[in-house]
Design a protein around this ligand. Structure first.
Ligand code: FAD
Length: 409
């Protein structure tokens, strides 16, 4: 079997490595860019690892994913295990992340709010109601006060829209979910979450590019090849640049699949898929201890500062500011000048596809597109290929599932 993979991001390269390892198929990757890595790609800027789309850390709760990465791609002794130390600038104060376990810190500067958060959280948890929207899900699970003061404003900023129009279907494994016991323990002593990123791996070399380079080792990637308008011939084969393939694995954005494949009726569903753009700026900064900082304040366009220099040993004084939407260099620079710890901008980037938006049309559109493609031996894979809120580890997990599916056929 010969498979064409469209896209050399983490999904496409992982799928290709697994096909090689399991001798499932000959694979060729076609990539529109001049280098591999997709959203996870790094540029070296003044000796710093600039994660163009926004800072990335790696971990997984899936042992098979960890085994694949550490046994087949980049051995465990090439990675540092870094402890997350994140904070939130909340009402002008630094509060440790996750906020649900930091209510005693809020009590130090706003005791009435802290009291209300505790009362509302416990009341909400006693009878969690089903939620139609993300807005209601925050209130129903965390109580009115925490939802109103932090979760709703922060998420409105991150998603760049009214979150009562969004579904809560993506939240599992993306947000810390305290129960009453762990919440109370956070009040009495300390508490924390068990999110995959509560500690994480970063390559000892000081750049995630080392992981991406290891992932591309031995793969056949054709760069600068934007694939468009392909279809099956009468024998059911695909032709790309004079090569013939039995199947295609598509990891590019699903909303662009109507341009890539010449298949009827895709366009109306593609047009309904919503996503967010992210702009980043790399900054030299004053030293700090945190790995990242959340910024819920609606006056600042940045929603997060990733202190990427603190992922490295020794640490470097550099951070990545992330803002939702396409922002100009000047807007980013002016916003950074208002944050006293940021000193000098040294990199700027806009990522067109960054976050999938889970609105009411999403499920129906994704199902219709992927079913049409599957019928034509085109398999969708990855964050934008499946139109999911996947991290790198889940992209790898999904590549594993696809390999198993194809073996079974
Ligand atoms: C701001 C942000 C922060 C993140 N932080 C983390 C993190 O800390 N940890 C983590 O694990 N994950 C993180 N992620 C998620 C992670 O980036 C993705 O899960 C992963 O990189 C997706 O890989 P992919 O291969 O599915 O897609 P992509 O990386 O999008 O790769 C798709 C590739 O296909 C190519 N392509 C598209 N169309 C065509 C075409 N027509 N012809 C040829 N090539 C084409 C593209 O150029 C691209 O290289 C983050 C994502 C964002 C946006």
């Amino acid at each position: 079997m010969k498979i064409a993979i469209i896209g050399s991001g983490v999904s496409g390269m992982s799928f290709a490595q697994l096909c090689k390892r399991d001798q499932l198929a000959d694979v060729v990757i076609f990539e529109t860019q001049k280098s591999h890595g997709g959203l996870a790609r790094i540029e070296n800027t003044n000796g710093y690892p600039y994660h163009l789309t926004g800072g990335h850390c790696f971990n997984s709760k899936h042992q098979d994913v960890l085994d694949f990465v550490f046994n087949d791609i980049l051995s465990l002794d090439e990675w540092n295990l870094v402890e997350r130390k994140a904070d939130i600038i909340f009402q002008g104060h630094s509060v440790p992340y996750p906020i649900e376990y930091s209510i005693k810190h809020i009590a130090e500067f706003n005791p009435q709010l802290a009291t209300n958060i505790v009362k509302d959280f416990i009341t909400a948890q006693q009878n969690i109601k089903p939620s139609e929207s993300l807005h209601d899900w925050f209130i129903n699970n965390f109580g009115y006060s925490l939802a109103k003061e932090y979760l709703i404003p922060y998420n409105t900023k991150v998603w760049g829209r009214d979150i009562s129009t969004m579904s809560p279907n993506w939240v599992s494994d993306k947000l810390p979910m305290p129960n009453v016991d762990s919440f109370i323990m956070g009040l009495l002593k300390s508490g924390t979450d068990t999110m995959p990123h509560s500690n994480f791996y970063y390559p000892k070399s000081g750049s995630q590019q080392e992981f991406l380079n290891a992932l591309r080792e031995g793969l056949n990637i054709r760069f600068n090849q934007k694939i468009e308008g392909i279809n099956k011939d009468a024998d059911g084969k695909f032709h790309i640049n004079n090569e013939v393939f039995d199947k295609i694995v598509y990891t590019g954005p699903l909303n662009k699949s109507c341009d890539v494949f010449d298949i009827e009726n895709l366009k109306s569903f593609c047009d309904k898929l919503e996503f967010n753009v992210v702009t980043t700026m790399l900054w030299e900064r004053e030293p700090c201890d945190e790995t990242w900082t959340y910024l819920p304040d609606s006056d600042c366009p940045f929603h997060r500062l990733i202190h990427i220099g603190n992922f490295l040993i020794p640490k470097k004084n550099v951070s990545i500011a992330e803002a939702v939407g396409e922002r100009s260099y000047d807007e980013m620079a002016v916003a950074g000048e208002k944050i006293p710890t940021l000193k000098k901008p040294i990199g700027y980037h806009v990522s067109k596809h960054a976050y999938v938006v889970f609105d009411d049309d999403r499920d129906d559109s994704v199902n219709n597109i992927t079913m049409s493609l599957e019928k034509n031996d085109i398999h969708c894979l990855g964050r934008f290929g499946e139109w999911e809120y996947y991290n790198m580890d889940i992209c790898i997990k999904s590549a594993m599932k696809l390999v198993e599916n194809l073996k079974g056929r």
